[in-house]
Design a protein around this ligand. Structure first.
Ligand SMILES: NC(=O)c1ccc[n+]([C@@H]2O[C@H](COP(=O)([O-])OP(=O)(O)OC[C@H]3O[C@@H](n4cnc5c(N)ncnc54)[C@H](O)[C@@H]3O)[C@@H](O)[C@H]2O)c1
Ligand SMILES: O=C(O)C(=O)C[C@@H](O)[C@H](O)[C@H](O)COP(=O)(O)O
Ligand SMILES: [Zn+2]
Length: 373
C-alpha cells in the first residue's frame, strides 16, 4: 500500500520486508481492524490490559458479529510480562482449540503488546497478531517491529522472540484517556528517535513542549508519525538485530539509553516507567560519550535540555549503587562475553557502538546522572 501524507484522515505507514504489514495512524480507526485481521479467521483472542475494560468491550463488540471472541484481561503494566501470565494465556488458547488460522489482537500499552506478541509468537510456534497500542510509547515503539518478550528475575526482556505483527492500528483517540505522566513517558522514546535518527523531532519538541504533550495537537501526531518512520527504517534494514552497514549499529541503535535504563527499571522493581528510565539512560550514555571524548559538550548538554523540556527525569537518586547496576548491565543483550557494549552518538543522528568502555568513564557518567538528583 503506498504511504499517504499526514492529513486529518488516517496515515498508512508500510513496513516492508519478508512479512510486510501496515501501521495505520489516525483517529476512530476501529472499522479498519477486520482488514488487518484478514480473511478465513474463526477465533480472535483479544488480550487486553486489565485496566482498559471499557475500551476492550468496544473492540470486542466491533468483532463479535464476524468472529468468536475470547477476551482475556491481563494484569496491569509490567506485571503482565511474566512466564506465569504467558502460561495462563496458553492454557486459555488451548481450552478454546485456538488454531493457526486464528488471530491474537492485543489492546494496551507496551507491556501488553510485548506479552501478547510473545504469546502469539510461541503459540503453535506462531500465529498472526494485530496490535492496537493505547499508550504513546506503544504506538511509537513497542507495537512496531516485532520484538516481543517477558522479564525474568535476572532482568528485563530476557525471554522473547522476533514476531512481526500482521498490522498495527494506532488510534490516537486512546491517548485522550492516557494519564499525563504516561504520555510524557512515551516522549522518552520519541526524543530518543530524535537523537539517533531524526533531529527534526528534537526541534519540534524543543520549540513546542506543550504541544508535544497535547494528545490532540498536530505536533504530537507529527511526532508519532516521525518516530514510527524512524523505527520502520531501522527494523526493515535489520529486523533481527544482526548488525548494520558502514558502522551503523543496525537495530541496536533503537537500544540507545536502554542498557542503563533496563538496569534502573530492574533496580526499582519496575516502579519507574520505561520511558522515564530511557531518558535517564540516554543522558548516561551521552555522559559516557563525553567522558570518552566521543561527543562535544553541546550535544551532551542537549540531551538534558531536550528530555527535561517535556518533563522527563534527567537524574536518578541512585539508591541501587553503580556496582549493582553494572552487574545487571552485564546481562544486556548487546553484551558479548564479559564485554559491555553501548550505543553512543558520534554526532547527532550518527549512532555507533562503543565496546568495552573504561570503567572510569562509566563511573564518571554514573556520577553525572546521580549528581543532580
Ligand atoms: N517491543 C518493543 O519494541 C518495545 C519498545 C519499547 C518499549 N517496550 C516495552 O513496553 C513497556 C512499556 O510500555 P508502556 O509505557 O506503554 O507501559 P504499560 O504498557 O505498562 O502501560 C502503562 C499504563 O497505562 C495504562 N494505559 C494504557 N493505555 C491507556 C489508555 N489509553 N488510557 C488510560 N490508561 C492506559 C496501562 O493500563 C498501564 O497502567 C515496557 O515493558 C517496555 O520494555 C517494548
Ligand atoms: O525495537 C527495538 O529493537 C528496541 O530496542 C526498542 C526499545 O525501545 C525497546 O525498549 C525494546 O524492548 C528493547 O529491547 P531489548 O532487546 O533491549 O530488550
Ligand atoms: Zn524502549
Amino acid at each position: 500500500m503506498p504511504e499517504t501524507p499526514t492529513t486529518d484522515g488516517p496515515t498508512v505507514l508500510h513496513v516492508g520486508g519478508a512479512s510486510p504489514y501496515d501501521v495505520v495512524v489516525g483517529r476512530s480507526l476501529l472499522d479498519r481492524l477486520p482488514e488487518l485481521i484478514g480473511g478465513g479467521v474463526q477465533q480472535v483472542a483479544l488480550l487486553y490490559a486489565g485496566d482498559l475494560e471499557q475500551q476492550a468491550q468496544r473492540v470486542a463488540e466491533s468483532l463479535i458479529d464476524s468472529y468468536d471472541v475470547l477476551a482475556l484481561g491481563l494484569p496491569d503494566g509490567e506485571s503482565a510480562k511474566s512466564a506465569a501470565v504467558a502460561n495462563d494465556c496458553w492454557e486459555a488458547l488451548g481450552e478454546r482449540n485456538f488454531t493457526r488460522s486464528d488471530v491474537v489482537v492485543t489492546l494496551g500499552g507496551g507491556a501488553t503488546t510485548d506479552l501478547g506478541g510473545f504469546v502469539a509468537a510461541s503459540w503453535l510456534r506462531g500465529v498472526r497478531v494485530v496490535h492496537i497500542p493505547t499508550t504513546l510509547l506503544a504506538m511509537v515503539d513497542a507495537a512496531v517491529g516485532g520484538k516481543t518478550g517477558i522479564n525474568t528475575g535476572a532482568g528485563k526482556n530476557l525471554v522473547g522472540a522476533f514476531h512481526e505483527p500482521a498490522g498495527v492500528l494506532c488510534d490516537l483517540e486512546f491517548l485522550d484517556t492516557l494519564p499525563a505522566d504516561e504520555l510524557v513517558a512515551g516522549l522518552g522514546e520519541v526524543v530518543k528517535c530524535g537523537f539517533i535518527a531524526d533531529p527534526e523531532i528534537l526541534r519540534l519538541v524543543e520549540a513546542g513542549p506543550d504541544a508535544a504533550r497535547d494528545p490532540r495537537s498536530p505536533v504530537l501526531r507529527e511526532l508519532v508519525e516521525r518516530s514510527i518512520r524512524v523505527k520502520i527504517d531501522v527494523v526493515v534494514a535489520d529486523l533481527k538485530e544482526t548488525g548494520g552497514l558502514d558502522g551503523h549499529p543496525g537495530r541496536e541503535a533503537l537500544n540507545y539509553g536502554h542498557t542503563m535504563a533496563h538496569a534502573i527499571e530492574r533496580a526499582t522493581g519496575y516502579a519507574i516507567r520505561h520511558g522515564e528510565a530511557v531518558a535517564i539512560g540516554s543522558i548516561f550514555v551521552a555522559e559516557l560519550a563525553r567522558a570518552a571524548g566521543v561527543i562535544d559538550d553541546e550535544l551532551a548538554d542537549r540531551h538534558r535540555t531536550a528530555f527535561a523540556s517535556v518533563g522527563l527525569p534527567v537524574a536518578w537518586s541512585g539508591e541501587a549503587g553503580f556496582d549493582d547496576l553494572l552487574a545487571t548491565m552485564a546481562v544486556d543483550k548487546k553484551s558479548r562475553g564479559s564485554q559491555l557494549r553501548f550505543v553512543v552518538l558520534d554526532e547527532l543522528a550518527k549512532p555507533r557502538i562503543l565496546a568495552g568502555p573504561d570503567e572510569a568513564h562509566l563511573r564518571a557518567a554514573y556520577a553525572a546522572i546521580t549528581r543532580s538528583a
